[in-house]
Design a protein around this ligand. Structure first.
Ligand SMILES: Nc1ncnc2c1ncn2[C@@H]1O[C@H](COP(=O)(O)OP(=O)(O)OP(=O)(O)O)[C@@H](O)[C@H]1O
Ligand SMILES: [Mg+2]
Length: 312
């Protein structure tokens, strides 16, 4: 997934907020050099290479549980984390530990392995990437579209309520479980919801879902996630994107132009739902909903029938 992160566009990062390393750092210090991950975890299949990590389905030999093991690539993660040096930014593992909810992956443990690499142990989500489901290009039943949009909104709201901005909301970072539960994961780019972590400079995220204030290197806030959620919701509903899809960052430069109306792809979309989704992808930040509870309230009365068990 070479293009899923947009690292080559990095500008200069600035600013240094106060902050304490907190309990996670203490936890990491305690564990430093202590975990021989391949002694503790038995791999059950080959790794999946992410842009910044390798992910393994493993069995925890101590508990017998099947879990997910994410090992971060220091060469990729180092330059990003380096931008927040001295700012008290929690690690990916600690961030995951602090964000809990039905639609967010459970972080079970994290620490530093014997070889010095950071690892994170997560609930293993045995399902299908939302990206994979949408890539089949088979239109989803309307009730399922609405169900997935609501679940995705709830997931992002959970991140925001925990005090973080995810910064990479896109279909590659949701897994749809066989019971119909949609789950958000990957806190690799997540930062505390504080201005200093969202200063102009870093074009970071996945270009097709990237908010114009990020593309244009302006000060951002949690509403950058609301934009990315809006693009994701548009795609769930229509299999299309509001602006021409690109494989490089160039296409994202159009994200402050008028998007294609969602009704052009789904003429019968309930008006309230269409309007709410279009509201999330407003190029003007001030016109987006302030939070996703507001979005969920707007669409609360929309009824497209029972969703059933979503999935394959
Ligand atoms: N908890 C999980 N359960 C099941 N599969 C997972 C889980 N976490 C990650 N994966 C798999 O590993 C891949 C990479 O994970 P993740 O997105 O966290 O890493 P990344 O390095 O940030 O990669 P990317 O650039 O693809 O976002 C995912 O696309 C998914 O297929
Ligand atoms: Mg990811």
């Amino acid at each position: 997934m070479v293009f899923s992160r947009f690292l080559s566009w990095f500008g200069g990062g600035r600013g240094k907020p106060a902050g304490s390393p907190g309990k996670a750092a203490a936890h990491e210090r305690r564990r430093r050099g202590k975990v021989d991950v391949w002694r503790r975890y038995e791999p059950l299949h080959h790794s999946i290479s992410g842009t910044m990590s390798s992910f393994y389905k493993v069995r925890d030999k101590e508990t017998g549980d099947v879990v997910g093991l994410k090992i971060l690539d220091p060469k990729k993660v180092g330059p990003i984390e380096g931008r927040y040096k001295g700012l008290g930014k929690p690690s990916e593992g600690e961030i995951g530990d602090r964000i809990t909810g039905r639609h967010v992956v459970r972080t079970l443990d994290w620490g530093v392995a014997k070889d010095g690499n950071t690892f994170i142990v997560e609930e293993f989500l045995d399902g299908q990437l939302l990206h994979g489901l949408l890539s089949t290009r088979r239109a989803l039943p309307p009730a399922q579209r609405l169900d997935l949009v609501r679940q995705a909104a709830t997931a992002v709201a959970t991140v925001h309520k925990a005090g973080f901005v995810h910064r990479d909301i896109c279909p590659r970072n949701f897994i749809l479980c066989p019971d119909g539960r949609l789950v958000l994961f990957d806190f690799g780019l997540t930062v505390p919801d504080k201005p200093v972590f969202l200063q102009p400079g870093n074009r970071i995220g996945t270009p097709n879902y990237m908010a114009p204030e990020v593309v244009r290197r302006r000060q951002a806030d949690r509403r950058l996630d609301i934009f990315s959620f809006g693009v994701t919701a548009y795609e769930i509903c229509t299999l299309e994107l509001p602006w021409p899809r690109g494989t490089t960052g160039r296409a994202a430069l159009q994200h402050d132009t008028t998007p294609q109306d969602i009704r052009e792809h789904w003429p019968d979309i309930p008006a309230v739902l269409g309007k709410a989704i279009m509201g999330c992808i407003e190029p003007d930040v001030a016109r987006r909903p302030a939070n996703l509870d507001e979005f969920l309230t707007k669409i609360a009365a929309v009824d497209l029938g029972p969703a059933g068990v979503a999935g394959t």
